[in-house]
Design a protein around this ligand. Structure first.
Ligand code: CTP
Length: 403
């Protein structure tokens, strides 16, 4: 809960992306932040003060010369009585003002008066973002210590045009705010980690595939926790419905062979945590065309061949990471099977869990695991997958700190 009770002064400037600021306010408040909204005059053309104020559950500040506000707080206090100033959307106009020290309305004055970190999420037409004057202002602001998130590539809200100019998504902005305000220790700073997560899809033909029930929740949570602990993380993810975790480099793959290639390409690393539920087999020869039903009712046979074992490959690799962690999803004899895997796969640690359907672990939010190492077994109580991730990362940091 990095954002708990943190005061975020949110400047909403006048751009169509202001509609996303409403969601941004919700997301920040969900995480315990206090959002103090400031709107420019132009912002009022896109979203109403009523909507912004209702979502923030606070008064919206709009006027530099508001008699009421100046008596109450004053623009200088407003600018400083917060932990971070966030401009989302930041327009070309707002950036130009700050880059040139202009302070002729409340938003620009706050930006000039603040001594807090400033994060800008620009949003504008791609041609405007590409304009040399805007690029100059962005470079100046960066040199002055302003942080940026986005703009992103994509369709503009107004339609028709695509390019660099879209405001970053609210959840990504929230993650960036969290990263900027995070004062927690970084025991894995300077360490590289590779994580695999999710299922793999092994094609049968262009429209069908073999898959499994893995959701990627545990693997993604571990990648996030490693990044929060300061590690430089590459997450190789099979097809999942989850957002890419913030602060993590994500490589999206479908098949086991692609996953192996991406993992090997990410070496060398200090830590490997192989959480993916990799399909053990693939169809030996996937059909190039969709397999049709035959008229005589005969069914196709699908000879399988074994997939590469990624954990085992990494565990026995020349560039073996110092700490290799595997998972063992079992439905019976959990610890015995996991112990056998430790040696066979060349891992230092196996996180074993019972994925029998009645446990609800596969695809669920909670997990009960046992850690099997060379020095014994440690059983953890039932907890959320985020908690498992946090504790595992603490354990990894402890192990790496040992000489
Ligand atoms: N794993 C892998 N590549 C594979 C299969 C598994 O990297 N082709 C990894 C998983 O990410 C996990 C661990 O190996 O960390 C355990 O996978 P599991 O499927 O339980 O092990 P298997 O070797 O397939 O053993 P078995 O099927 O006999 O249980």
């Amino acid at each position: 809960m990095i954002l708990k009770d943190k005061r975020i002064l949110l400047i909403v400037a006048g751009g169509i992306a202001a509609y996303k600021s409403l969601d941004l306010i919700r997301r920040l408040r969900e995480r315990g932040a206090v959002v103090i909204p400031v709107m420019t005059k132009a912002a009022g053309e896109f979203v109403t003060e009523l909507a912004v104020g209702a979502l923030a559950a606070r008064k919206v500040h709009t006027d530099l010369f508001s008699r009421e506000d100046e008596v109450d707080v004053g623009h200088i206090r407003l600018a400083r009585d917060c932990d971070l100033v966030l401009a989302a959307p930041a327009t070309a106009d707002l950036m130009a003002k700050m880059a040139n020290g202009l302070a002729n309305d409340l938003a620009s004055t706050v930006l000039i008066a603040t001594d807090r970190p400033v994060l800008m999420a620009p949003a504008m037409n791609p041609r405007m973002w590409a304009n040399p004057a805007v690029a100059r202002n962005a470079a100046q602001l960066r040199a002055d210590g302003v942080r940026f998130i986005g703009p992103m590539r994509g369709e503009m809200a107004e339609g028709g045009e695509a390019g660099l100019g879209r405001m970053a998504e609210p959840l990504d902005i929230v993650a960036e705010v969290e990263a900027l305000l995070d004062r927690s220790p970084k025991p894995l700073a300077g360490k590289r980690a590779i994580v695999t997560s999710g299922p793999t899809h092994e094609p049968i033909d262009p429209v069908r595939y073999i898959a499994n029930r893995s959701s990627g929740t545990q693997g993604h949570a571990i990648a996030s926790a490693l990044a929060r602990a300061g590690a430089d993380v590459v997450l190789v993810s099979g097809p999942v419905a989850l957002a890419d975790p913030a602060g993590v480099k994500v490589v999206h793959v479908e098949r086991a062979e692609e996953m192996r290639d991406a993992v090997l390409a990410a070496l060398p690393a200090d830590i490997a945590v192989m959480v993916a539920a990799v399909a053990d087999w693939r169809v030996a020869t996937a059909a190039g065309e969709k397999i049709k039903k035959s008229a005589d009712g005969s069914v196709p046979s699908l000879p399988l061949t074994e997939n590469p074992d990624i954990l085992r490959t990494v565990g026995h690799h020349q560039q073996r990471p110092r700490l290799v962690v595997g998972f063992a999803a079992e439905t019976s004899d959990v610890e015995t099977n996991a112990r056998a895997k430790l040696d066979r796969k060349g891992a230092d640690l196996i996180v074993a869990n019972d994925v029998s359907p009645e446990t609800g672990i596969m695809g669920g939010k909670r997990n009960t695991v046992a850690l099997i190492g060379r020095d014994g077994v440690e059983r953890w109580p039932d907890m959320s997958k985020e908690e498992v991730a946090g504790r595992l990362v603490a354990l990894i940091a402890g192990r790496l700190a040992e000489v």
